[in-house]
Design a protein around this ligand. Structure first.
Ligand code: ADP
Ligand code: ADP
Ligand code: ZN
Length: 222
């Protein structure tokens, strides 16, 4: 049996990782693993990890490597991950990248590709400030760039229940960009040195980026 694919989407907050990961999930049958979503679920459930993460997330800082790696390890152990995974928002530090290498090695797996979505800081702020999500199916939207066909109604599931994230405000976005440049951007060199880095221009429209990504994923999982 072939080993399950492991793809990483790298990129700053608002680059489009979640949007593209959902599209890849549909196209390739892979499972999207978003540590941001897993952490928000832990906060909502009031678990110990969630309690520790809440204030850190609200401040736009990174949650501790220990908490995030534990959450990811548990999720990776679930049976659906045998379909192959797209990591969205993980790893975000070199410590996490090394922990991921070790976790994958335990099951004889390795990274097929780490794909860097390149966007400039100004685009991230515009993307984040217009972002909202369907509460029922998780589909992501944008006030300008991806508005639902019928105002306020989810294209995918018809729900009119939409939410905006508490950390998607101008002040927190500034700290998230600092965290990205200081702690996450070094991963580009980390994966380049391991010969798995791919980069794509993520300043274009959603469908063009999706087509570029699909070509890379096809090649990396062939
Ligand atoms: P990330 O997961 O990297 O933080 P998202 O996928 O949530 O980013 O995208 C951030 C916001 O930008 C969302 O509102 C999304 O609809 C919108 N968006 C995503 N990709 C693009 C794009 N290529 N052009 C314009 N807006 C986009
Ligand atoms: P975005 O891509 O828009 O920044 P995420 O949903 O990926 O949003 O992350 C939201 C917040 O959750 C981050 O600002 C951070 O506090 C926390 N978080 C998510 N993933 C990680 C991670 N791998 N390591 C540390 N903190 C994380
Ligand atoms: Zn929906």
């Amino acid at each position: 049996m072939t080993k399950p694919a492991v793809l990483i989407l790298l990129g700053p907050p608002g680059a489009g990782k979640g949007t593209q990961a959902r599209m890849l999930e549909e196209k390739f049958g892979l499972v999207q693993l978003s540590t941001g979503d897993l952490l928000r679920a832990a906060v909502a459930a009031g678990t110990e990890a969630g309690k520790a993460a809440k204030a850190v997330m609200e401040a736009g800082k990174l949650v501790s490597d220990e908490i995030v790696v534990n959450i990811l390890r548990d999720r990776l152990a679930q049976p659906d991950c045998a379909r192959g995974v797209i990591l969205d928002g993980f790893p975000r530090t070199t410590v996490q990248a090394k922990a991921l290498d070790a976790l994958l090695a335990e099951s004889g797996q390795s990274i097929n590709a780490a794909i860097n979505l390149e966007v400039d800081d100004a685009a991230m702020v515009t993307r984040i400030s217009g972002r909202f999500t369907c509460c029922d199916c998780g589909e992501g939207y944008h006030d300008t760039f991806k508005a639902p066909v019928a105002v306020g109604k989810c294209d995918k599931c018809g729900s009119t229940n939409m939410k905006r994230r508490a950390d998607d405000n101008a002040e927190t976005v500034a700290s998230r960009l600092v965290a990205y440049h200081e702690q996450t951007a070094p991963l580009i060199a980390y994966y380049k040195a391991r010969d798995v880095l791919k980069s794509i221009d993520a300043m274009g429209d959603i469908d063009t980026i999706a087509a570029d990504l699909a070509a890379i994923v096809k090649q990396a999982t062939a």
